[in-house]
Design a protein around this ligand. Sequence first.
Ligand code: FMN
Ligand code: SF4
Ligand code: SF4
Length: 445
Amino acid sequence: MADLSINFAGIKSPNPFWLASAPPTNSGYQIMKAFDAGWGGAVWKTLGVPVINVSSRYGGMNYRDTRISGFNNIELITDRPLADNLREIEEVKKYFPNHAVIASLMVESRKEWEQIIKDVENAGADGIELNFGCPHGMCERGMGSAVGQEPTVLKTIVEWVMAAANIPVITKLSPNITHIESPGLAAVEGGTNALSLINTIKSIIGIDLDTYAPYPVVDGKGSNGGYCGPAVKPIALNMLRQLGQHPQIAGTPISGIGGIETWRDVVEFILLGATSVQVCTAAMHYGFGIVREMDNGLRRFMDERGYKTIYDFAGLALPNVVEWKELNLKHKVVASINKDKCIGCQLCYIACDDTAHQAISISGDQTNRIPSIIEENCVGCNLCSLVCPVENCITMEKRDDGKQHLTWEELTNTDRIPVTFNDERAGGRGHYVPEVADALKHRKN
Ligand SMILES: Cc1cc2nc3c(=O)[nH]c(=O)nc-3n(C[C@H](O)[C@H](O)[C@H](O)COP(=O)(O)O)c2cc1C
Ligand code: SF4
Ligand code: SF4
């Protein structure tokens, strides 16, 4: 049977499911409830000099019927006095000595860092997470993403912290930067024990059409906030793999954060190298109970594949993430429609004819609305299968014999790439393109 327990840079936890530093970890009451529900760890809502928050402070990005496909906030760090939080950390550790309680910290001066580290250590925290991510409010005061965007400053603060800390330190990175490797490397050079990412992405979630102010509206005005939730997962996954593939960063434990909601998300983050995961938005949306689905799903996945611990499959996807130039140009797939599943909506035809490669035909006869693929025109772009509303109705079928392998890199090395604007070696030369005037063929007067 799968053993989900982890030892993350010295922080022990019964499973890799941690709550991220955010409203769900604002108090001992919430963290105790979460541990009782099955979470293995929690990163306490960032501690520092308590703030004053605005009202309201959250915005949701609803997509069609899906509420909160993205989430935005202009909340700051904890607004509660440090002494209250420390007392509650101590209390939680008494009830749950084997669960991971990590104190997220954000202060300014070296003296403040040294003091607050001592305080949370005395309270019994298992680890520290440095919040270098908050992209609103705190950065205006020289903290949060203001540090996360300045690798030199970040490294200096990590060095201060490492000199003072006796418990493991996780440096949480901001995604609001072009090259995530720069702050990642700075943190590693500063001596951090581990990394975590992503914090929220600087964003404006929408504009209120009555007040013309950005959401969430605060007395007629708004501010940029931090974006998170399911919509940011692809960005988080890419940043995770960028760190995991960096020769000097690989080997440093990484806690994956960003849009995690289901066991599948958890597995994907682990496959790209994360050895603990943190969740905020999904817990805010559905409550602490979501951890049961994560736990069951992860166990089933591991049992089916014969993995005993998460370390058996952590990072296994990393070697498959390569540069574009290393992809096989000879691999060829084409779309195929399962006529038994097709409901005749013709969304695939519209997508392909308007915006792809005119590789789907329709009869025009309302008694037969099932489209056909014109194989010789199909470039295998995938669009039709993505727009098709019926699961597995359009599949991509392999058409190459698997024997040929040719990459852009190989073409470049052997001088076989197009180099002039009208080069005969252009990749699209063989593709079907309709006559320009055909666009008006079916015009209705
Ligand atoms: C309302 C709100 C408050 C947050 N506060 C903090 C915080 O105090 N410290 C911190 O490090 N991250 C904070 N975060 C960021 C989360 O910890 C997490 O990095 C981010 O939300 C991405 O994860 P998710 O997609 O699961 O929400 C906050 C996020 C939200 C939505
Ligand atoms: S895969 Fe692309 S080109 Fe081929 S039929 Fe679908 S949309 Fe058209
Ligand atoms: S989108 Fe799918 S269901 Fe609709 S016509 Fe095309 S193949 Fe059929």
